[in-house]
Design a protein. Structure first.
Length: 294
């Protein structure tokens, strides 16, 4: 049985840990409110921009000339993996890493065997984990959450689009957590480049309407396609940020509850140990008195 001092030290340690987890939960809750507001404002804009691009490109032949729509045999692959910079957020990062490895195994196994799968890391945890597994990891934007804004994400998107247009990669996929609520995050592994064309039935329905373009279709599409890709990446990063704070808030809440349960058990052990020590002392006193009497 542990001594009273050991149990008392453990109680002090767990109590300190509980105070830390409570504070981290409160910080995550405050950050979550801001992150949730940001993503709720971004979703309608991103959706409407996607619809606009789809509508304009549906009846346009010039959209097929964009280098971002060029379909090539997939030899080299870039995976944009969005994780967090810090841990203590439950299975948030682990789920993204698992989804990335599963995507590679199911879709890009041959390319991975030839060493043609590279990782574009947004978030330090993904960069560290995947580099340990032997993948080539680009970490220029791994600390993007420390300076999270549209300008930083736009630069990352421009670099990805430039590499694809120059033929450095034949396919780019995006893996991230979508925010649903505080306790639920949905893993997405979506194609990012090349931009997929719509099926013929959808194209036929949209080309029934005649549009007047001002300026020309080419100019509109040359602006809309890169802008849509930048917004898509920015939305993914915002979704991941909100998901991270929700996951951290949930994890810290569970940790606080577990600490409370552990404190109850330790206090019970402490009281039992203390009672046993008192009983032992009483027995020693009684035994000593009897010995003196005899």
């Amino acid at each position: 049985m542990a001594s009273l001092k050991e149990v008392r030290n453990r109680i002090v340690s767990v109590n300190s840990t509980q105070q830390i987890t409570k504070a981290m939960k409160m910080v995550a809750a405050a950050k979550l409110r801001r992150a949730q507001d940001n993503i709720m404002q971004m979703r309608p804009y991103a959706q409407k921009l996607g619809e606009m691009l789809s509508t304009v490109s549906a009846g346009s032949e010039s959209s097929s000339d964009s280098p971002l729509k060029t379909v090539r045999p997939v030899e080299k692959v870039l995976l944009v993996v969005v994780t967090s910079d810090r841990g203590l957020c439950g299975a948030f990062n682990t789920n993204v890493i698992k989804a990335t490895l599963q995507l590679i195994e199911q879709k890009y196994a041959q390319q991975a065997l030839r060493g043609n799968v590279e990782i574009f890391a947004i978030g330090k945890k993904g960069a560290e984990s995947l580099s340990r597994r032997g993948f080539t990891v680009h970490t220029a934007y791994a600390d993007l959450f420390g300076r999270l804004n549209f300008v930083a994400v736009k630069q990352a998107a421009e670099e990805i689009m430039k590499d694809f247009s120059e033929g450095r990669y034949d396919a780019v996929d995006l893996i991230y957590n979508e925010f649903k609520n505080v306790a639920t995050q949905i893993i997405h592994a979506d194609p990012y480049l090349p931009i997929r064309s719509e099926d013929k039935s959808m194209r036929a329905r949209k080309t029934e309407v005649n549009y007047i373009f001002e300026p020309t279709e080419e100019e509109i599409l040359s602006e809309l396609i890169p802008k849509s890709l930048k917004i898509q990446l920015y939305r993914s990063v915002l979704e991941s940020n909100a998901s991270e704070q929700g996951a951290r808030m949930t994890a810290m809440d569970k940790a606080t509850e577990n600490a409370q349960e552990l404190l109850k058990e330790l206090k019970l052990v402490y009281n039992r140990t203390r009672q046993a020590a008192i009983t032992t002392e009483i027995l020693e006193i009684v035994g000593g008195a009897e010995a003196l009497k005899n």
